[in-house]
Design a protein around this ligand. Sequence first.
Ligand code: GAP
Length: 437
Amino acid sequence: MTAPSFETIVNLATKRGFVFRASEIYGGLRSAYDYGPLGVALLRNVKEAWWRSMVQLRDDVVGLDSAIIQSPRVWEASGHVGQFNDPLVECVSCHARHRFDRLEDPDRCPTCGLRDSFTDSRDFNLMFKTHMGPVASDSNLVYLRPETAQGIFTNFENVRRVARLKLPFGIAQLGKSFRNEITPGQFVFRTREFEQMEMEFFTHPDHADGWFQYWVEERHQWYLDLGMDAANIRLRSHAEDELAHYAVATYDVEYRFPWGWDELEGIANRTDFDLRQHSEASGKDLRYFDQAAGERLFPYVIEPAAGATRAAFAFLIDAYHTETVRDAPRTVLRLDYRLAPVKVAVLPLSKKPDLVEVTGRVADALRPHWDIEVDVTQAIGRRYRRQDEIGTPYCVTVDFDTLEDEAVTVRDRDTMAQDRVGIGQLRGYLGERLGAG
Ligand code: GAP
């Protein structure tokens, strides 16, 4: 089985309505995307799987949802105003702008091919700026957050106090972030508006190394548990000159994308950088009082920071398989059932009213438990293929025998094996395979 090409995945994602170009009726907006019915379900499922594993199933992590627009002082203290820059060069011939550190050949413009045509590299700050209120002036300049993490640091004391937390503990948050990337691209991989899933884990400095290793392994395992092929995922340690301004150590979880290995998630040891910075800048003491030791200290922070939109894209690529079944090609998304946008498709064998009526009854009974789709059009074989292509784990077919025996045929997406199941037993049968719902 060879990996799908980039074009194949983009075609599937757009043809099946996972992803649309933003503002498409106006010609689109470069590198901005909207998520269609299947895409939003996949993305939501990725975020839910993350929240479940990072917050719900743990007794040492709580959740937060902070504002996208914070005081600009947050970004001054965090170092983003001064240091969240990428090196920008412009070709003096074609005026294309490039990120200097990502050029394959630093002396040749990849757009027009000219040599030695770049301006000197200058720092370009990636934060989006806007103004708060009706007048645009320097005094009401604000930024769209480039990471969700800072809302966690500024709420460290609020959350610790109300949730009565003792070290070690984590605060998790997911939501939109914005970066004015110089070179967005590769479809939804790198966009200027995207969703992150981040958790800041606060620990005594003496235990930071151990927790760093722990979270690197946990986060690697999360992708594997959700069905990602181990051959397509790896861990890579950052070299000294790659580290962000706040980190002393970072591992990336990388995925083998169609263009090569690239980042899915970073797990960083941020030390006490952020809490110290915010303490100094705000004048509020954000140290933690360790009762056992009788000392005040700045906890260290281990941060697993993932991209939700990027992870959804990687899961889509990883799930894509083609095979030949009875001399016919079959495309199947082998998505883990937790991620699949539609869990069960209910299909009447024909459009005859009595079959459609039973189909509606079966679908209504399952709908409170799982995402259900009813499809009455086309030949049954084509409808199976369509469900395979969007990753639906089970198809339930209502046929003429159903009218006699009150049973339906359940087809498994991966094995294509079929079971006859009584309508009264259907919920239990599916519950064993899809979780209680
Ligand atoms: N708080 C740390 C932080 O933001 P990061 O490595 O810059 O670290 C974390 O970002 C994750 O967010 C990345 O691993 C990636 O999955 C996602 N991400 C970052 N920039 C992105 C972009 N322009 N488009 C889509 N996802 C992005």
